[in-house]
Design a protein around this ligand. Structure first.
Ligand SMILES: C[S@@+](CC[C@H](N)C(=O)[O-])C[C@H]1O[C@@H](n2cnc3c(N)ncnc32)[C@H](O)[C@@H]1O
Length: 231
């Protein structure tokens, strides 16, 4: 496999908390974060002694290879952001310079953690829609900036299978954002929700306080009716 293009999304734990509306109780639950890429959520949670499992095909590469790829694509990605500034909401992140600093910082935190032998068990090289994880191994599965965002690259069947797989391994699933790369609502959202409900799962859109990509104000929450995390 070729090293996939690394878009420096590299988000921090603060952003994960806002995107997924994570409560203290959520943060103490068993979390798997799928399509996690070079985000620092795992590293920051580990520093708080709350280990999270991250899953991404990117993790088959070494820290040096990932760092090299980030360095290669980073300037181009930032140029794209500069050209399309109107596609983003500049409040929490004030401008492209701040964005670049925050994302590089998060990716450096990820790389420093990822290259430690002790951390290997927290980073799993695997791909949706088939994950080598047990049924209900986790309380919460998170998936940020992959499903629905890449609706052009992955078809409806892939989305349905991926959501079912996340529901198999976790009691609750949260997916953000629900828009595509051009900020339009994903055409797959409605059919995915219908297919999950047909299987007896609860699937609903919930507003979140985070918005960076314009229009990305909701996450999809999926649960088995009997599997609510008890407060
Ligand atoms: C835009 S990044 C999102 C990274 C992180 N979740 C964030 O929000 O900062 C998308 C990630 O999806 C990963 N990916 C691509 N195909 C995948 C698949 N079939 N299953 C799981 N992850 C995949 C890529 O390697 C990449 O790291």
């Amino acid at each position: 496999m070729e090293l996939e293009r690394v878009v420096p999304w590299g988000r921090s734990m603060d952003e994960y908390i806002a995107m997924f509306f994570l409560s203290e109780q959520d943060l103490h639950s068993r979390i798997v974060s799928v399509a996690d890429g070079p985000a620092s959520f795992n590293a920051e949670m580990a520093a708080l002694a709350r280990p999270v499992i991250s899953v991404d095909p990117l993790y088959r590469f070494s820290a040096a290879e990932i760092a090299q790829r980030i360095d290669a694509v980073y300037p181009e990605v930032m140029q794209q952001v500069e050209r399309h500034q109107q596609d983003f909401i500049w409040d929490r992140i004030a401008n492209p310079t701040m964005l670049s600093q925050l994302r590089m910082q998060a990716m450096e935190t990820f790389l420093a953690d990822f290259q430690q032998d002790e951390a290997h068990w927290r980073y799993l090289d695997a791909s949706l829609p088939d994950l080598p994880l047990s049924d209900k191994q986790f309380d919460l599965a998170l998936c940020s900036h992959f499903l629905f965002l890449y609706s052009e690259q992955n078809d409806l069947q892939f989305h349905i299978q991926a959501c079912q797989e996340l529901c198999r391994i976790a009691r609750e699933v949260r997916i953000y954002p629900l828009v595509t790369l051009d900020n339009s609502p994903s055409p797959y959202l409605k059919p995915v929700i219908e297919s999950l409900r047909f299987l007896g799962l609860e699937a609903s859109r919930q507003h979140v306080s985070y918005q960076f990509q314009r229009g990305a104000t909701e996450m999809l929450v999926i649960r088995r009716p009997q599997d609510h995390i008890v407060a």
